[in-house]
Design a protein around this ligand. Structure first.
Ligand code: TYD
Length: 208
């Protein structure tokens, strides 16, 4: 039994990630590939409780960081690693890159601290492919206002915060070009879907 593939989706709030998760999941299922679709923070009963807290409760940036990684530790142990070991594929709406982008790029938690906590909670587990939906924060904000959603603690942040998040994501994409693929989220959905398909087929081809 070969190990499954792990795909994560990333991007600032409003970049359209949620739409693409659905498309990606259907695409993987159409390949008759057993699949677990999950999200961070969350993905386990405890993780979902932590998610509710970090999305609503005011807290220090490092407390927020620790809770994100606590939820992730549980998620890896109970969901992600068992699935990959069974040979299932895993699609996760966000993973560790989000902590570097939001807590690092957005809240200025140091890279060194993030690396330390990543080393002991995540170790060397990384997605095989990360789709980064890149979008100008101003466009993302307009999309969200149009969608009429009630903003959570992150979505209430100002443009400067999202600029920091976006830049950190792009910096990580430049550091891990094999894994992180940047998709221009201002393009029509159909164009982005074609790009996702090409990347997923390339991943399948790697496995064979
Ligand atoms: P999000 O995927 O945007 O959920 P939804 O589409 O339902 O709003 O994720 C929730 C928020 O959590 C998002 O604003 C980013 C934030 N987040 C972090 O700050 N750090 C992390 O490590 C993760 C996984 C998420």
């Amino acid at each position: 039994m070969s190990r499954g593939k792990f795909i994560s989706l990333e991007g600032i709030d409003g970049a359209g990630k949620s739409t693409h998760v659905v498309y990606l999941a259907n695409l993987v299922r159409s390949l008759e590939q057993p699949l677990v679709v999950t999200r961070e923070p969350g993905g386990t009963p405890l993780g979902e409780k932590l998610r509710a807290l970090v999305l609503s409760e005011p807290m220090h940036a490092e407390t927020e960081t620790l809770l994100m990684f606590a939820a992730r530790r549980e998620h890896i142990e109970r969901v992600i690693s068992p699935a990959l070991e069974r040979g299932d594929w895993v699609v996760s709406d966000r993973f560790t890159d989000a902590s570097y982008a939001y807590q690092g790029g957005g809240r200025n938690v140091s890279q060194q601290k993030l690396q330390q906590i990543e080393a002991w909670t995540v170790a060397d587990l990384a997605p095989d492919l990360t789709l980064l939906f890149d979008l100008d924060p101003t466009i993302a904000k307009n999309r969200q206002s149009n969608a009429g959603i009630i903003p959570d603690r992150f979505e209430q942040e100002q443009q400067a915060f999202f600029k920091g998040v976006r830049n950190k994501y792009l910096e990580r994409a430049a550091s891990f070009p094999q894994r992180i693929k940047v998709l221009d989220a201002s393009m029509p959905i159909a164009v982005i879907q074609e790009q996702i398909k090409t990347l997923v087929f390339a991943l399948v081809a790697e496995t064979k």
